[in-house]
Design a protein around this ligand. Structure first.
Ligand code: PLP
Length: 434
């Protein structure tokens, strides 16, 4: 087998879509992983601060998950939802209990996009309306309907994250931005805006979908009180709140098991969607909703691969490990320490405007030194410089000016400290080049 990433890249370009962009100027081919580390085809080892875009929730090659996958694969790979499946029932029972949603049911899919598609279908069917609200700078997937609720392309640098009114299958009408407002004024302006939208749509809105912490949007958080204020208005109109927990769920934000409930002392949402981390790399997704919403579909919606016994077995082993080792607590403690270290680093660097986040979901906003101008160039330089030093970090946000840090939730204090030092060095090197 040839280990030449350059020639593999040429083959990649010849047969895969041009928009399937890669992070690195010098292509990186990962071959294996263990714990919080991955290795490339040339034998270099990296500390993984991006966890496969937050899919590696516990650890790479976690023996408990690998064993469960192997054992289930050896028994039967696929049964379909036409038959009873013990692993699917068991994982559904666990998720229902953890969701906090009363009389909940779970529908398993194979991705976050599909989970959000299902949530939209359920909400719009239940409310008999195809109007859905979403947030600017959101990301909910790449299918025909989830692109309609993804606002990431229209992010404004100076706005926090104003509401965007979207009509699924009906185009996008965006509002704002509300630049330079304080959080409190912002919340008030947004709530007034929401009331205004609801009046214009004559109460025809089915649901609002939001990420508790915007993921692809650069790990940005709503101002305190905003979501609770929205929820109060929507509940009065019977409009459903869909919390997209694809990146935030399972305790990653440290202070609660679900990202939405970590805000403002919120209770459970009406519906939640999940994906990524619970499979620890296996292809998984799902939506949780009350039985009266979930059972409202008249069509017999079968997913051929949703609820695959192998994926369910991985999810169960992964969830057990997460709970038995209190990884939510670990995310809070080690994530808190990492945020502290990174803020100390940032204090001495002009290229960093902000270090934000909760638990092990940390965003760093980069600017052109000496200005307030968001700098995607700085983010690209830091990502490359970190890679040269043996650290993988993600980028995102508006046009790519945020760094995204989301290591596996088993991250140790020593690894957090090592990663912070490597990143500090990468930031200094990038700043010198700008
Ligand atoms: N929702 C959120 C918040 C996401 O971050 C993503 C993917 O990054 C999705 C949905 C789509 O998930 P998937 O890529 O599994 O389809």
């Amino acid at each position: 087998m040839s280990h030449d990433p350059a020639s593999l890249y040429a083959r990649h370009q010849a047969v895969l879509p041009s928009w399937l962009s890669l992070y690195y100027e010098r292509p990186l081919e990962l071959t294996h992983g263990e714990g919080r580390h991955v290795w490339d085809a040339e034998g270099n080892r990296y500390l993984d601060f991006f966890g496969g875009i937050l899919t590696t929730m516990t650890a790479h090659a976690l023996p408990e998950v690998t064993k469960a996958v192997g054992e289930q694969a050896g028994r039967i790979l696929h049964t379909s939802t036409l038959y009873l499946s013990r692993p699917m029932v068991e994982l559904a029972e666990r998720i229902v209990a953890l969701s906090g949603i009363p009389d909940a049911r779970v529908f398993f899919t194979t991705s976050g996009t599909e989970a959000n598609d299902a949530a939209l279908l359920l909400a719009t069917t239940h409310r008999r309306s195809n109007q859905v609200l979403a947030m600017r700078n959101s990301y909910h997937g790449r299918s025909f309907s989830t692109v309609g609720i993804t606002g990431n392309q229209s992010w404004s640098p100076t706005s926090l994250s104003p509401l965007q009114t979207l009509y699924v299958h009906g185009g996008v009408r965006s509002r704002g931005p509300y630049a330079e407002l304080s959080d409190a004024a912002y919340t008030a302006a947004c709530v007034a805006d929401l009331e205004d939208v609801l009046q214009q749509t004559a109460g025809g809105v089915a649901a609002l979908i939001a990420e508790p912490v915007q993921g692809v949007g650069g790990f940005t958080m709503p101002p305190d009180g905003l979501y609770a204020a929205f929820r109060e208005v929507l509940a009065r109109h019977g409009i459903l709140w869909i919390s997209d927990e694809v990146q935030t769920g399972w305790g990653r934000t440290g202070d609660h098991f679900w990202g939405w409930q970590a805000h403002d002392g919120n209770g459970p949402p009406d519906m939640l969607t999940f994906a990524k981390g619970i499979g620890n790399g296996m292809s998984i997704g799902g939506v949780v909703a009350r039985a009266e919403v979930m059972n409202g579909l008249s069509a017999n919606s079968i997913s051929t691969f949703g609820g695959s016994p192998v994926t369910m077995a991985a999810g169960l082993a992964n969830l057990n490990y997460l709970l038995e080792h209190d990884l939510q607590g670990n995310a809070r403690r080690v994530g808190g320490l990492l945020i502290e270290r990174l803020r100390a680093v940032a204090a001495g660097l002009d290229v960093v405007r902000e270090v934000r986040g909760r638990g092990l979901m940390i965003g760093i906003e980069l600017v052109r030194p000496g200005t307030d101008e968001h700098s995607p160039e700085a983010a690209s330089l830091v990502v490359e410089a970190a890679r040269e030093r043996g650290l993988l970090v993600g980028k995102g946000g508006q046009g790519g000016s945020s760094l995204r840090i989301a290591p596996p939730m088993t991250l140790t204090v020593a690894e957090a400290e090592e990663g912070a030092e490597l990143l500090a060095d990468a930031l200094r090197s990038a700043q010198g080049l700008l």
